[in-house]
Design a protein around this ligand. Sequence first.
Ligand SMILES: C[S@@+](CC[C@H](N)C(=O)[O-])C[C@H]1O[C@@H](n2cnc3c(N)ncnc32)[C@H](O)[C@@H]1O
Length: 252
Amino acid sequence: MTGHDSLREYAGKQLVSFLRKGDFAHAGEEAAIDLAFSNVARAPEQSILDVGCGLGGTAAYIQDHRLGRVTGLDIEKEAILYAQEKYPTCVFHCCDVLDAAQVITQRFDLICMFNAFYAFSDQLAALKTLNKLIDMKGKIIIFDYSDPDIRKITPLFRAGDKNTSPFKPISFQGIDSLLEQSGWKLSKKIDISPQYIQWYTQLIDRLQGNENEIIRLFSQSLFQKAITTYSSIKESLVKDLLGGILLYAEKA
Ligand SMILES: C[S@@+](CC[C@H](N)C(=O)[O-])C[C@H]1O[C@@H](n2cnc3c(N)ncnc32)[C@H](O)[C@@H]1O
């Protein structure tokens, strides 16, 4: 998925931020964070780890809304340098999720991930690592793309060899056992595919409505890649080849 890859790079992230009107690179922006946190008790003093935090907008939003004290981590150095400069009240680390237990000594009350889990090459190992970073009775929130039916062929991530695709949406059926194998107990699994369709429709409208400015600020090719990427995601969502999922689990 070439278009998707280039949107993940730093210039692509800046375009995504422009479109999403904040340093967010997940579907639904603020509404998605509000939705995810609407199912957990409000605790301003709790410690939260935002894994795959990108440019830091989500971490800052969570902290500004007094939902907890947030630490972010991301594998991309440029994104972390940007986040550290722009959001100095949050703490940020640059590392691979798989190295997080060595890099971060603190233990957290809550871990959250917004459209980051799908990008991890070894999702089971990531869940096992994150389990070491959570306090007793700690929780994890995973907001991501889902794979509604692994039997269906999808152009996004099952066109070729599934194991080499950088896009690994969460198997709606398979996630329960992945969590169990990694020390987590699933407490809630919510299908948020209708919200994803609505969010991607809005995003494409915004992209088309700002075409000239986007080309001026970024480039024609990045604009085209964004259109191609978001249109193929929306098409897959509408055809039920891709979905959205919100998961809650606690340390077993
Ligand atoms: C789609 S972006 C989402 C960023 C952020 N959560 C947000 O909502 O704005 C996915 C992020 O996951 C990060 N990521 C991908 N693989 C990673 C890994 N192995 N360890 C840590 N971060 C990773 C990427 O660098 C990227 O910033």
